[in-house]
Design a protein around this ligand. Sequence first.
Ligand SMILES: [Ca+2]
Ligand SMILES: [Ca+2]
Length: 225
Amino acid sequence: MSGCARRCKHGLVKFALSVSKLVTGTLIKDKVDDDLELSVVCHRPEGLEKLEAQTNFSKKELQVLYRGFKNECPSGVVNEEMFKQIYSQFFPHGDASTYAHYLFNAFDSSHNGSIKFEDFVRALSILLRGTTTEKLQWTFNLYDINRDGYINKEEMTDIVKAIYDMMGRFTYPALKTDTTKQHVDAFFQKMDKNRDGVVTLDEFILSCQEDENIMRSLQLFENVI
Ligand SMILES: [Ca+2]
Ligand SMILES: [Ca+2]
């Protein structure tokens, strides 16, 4: 691996870990990395003015972010394979590939199979400085695997399984097969307000806002930057 790829990977690892803590809800239990390293992706970004208008970062901040990206990895965009490799380093006892796949898709907002500087900055802006609704919307999109606007039980089952797979057998010893089902049932019990078998964005936001733990994790993440 080239020096560039190595550095790129290092920065992304920290970033990815923080994001994973947010979306798996473990952020609340864990001290957040104090230096959320942003040196991740490098390629020529769209006009910074445009990004400034689209994000909650100032032009100055965007310049610093971009300089970091460019220094660390002058050539690249991040592809799914790289994302998976990074996750596998963090969860050596489990199989992180499925979860990394879902997360990658959530970051890859232009759906073209690679994460560019702009994609990262937009996601960062939402996760760090977005409104509660924006953060929850981002998380909803992560769970809505087929992007049809609903979270169904199959999707939630896949997400929960992927998280268990990622954590591995050392974190969750003696996992029974029905544990996933229990988690999914509990999720729908709480979220599916009208009991039609799917969770809409409105239901998701409403239910999350009623849940103190979820709200606290969102706020904690906000304090990182
Ligand atoms: Ca769906
Ligand atoms: Ca519903």
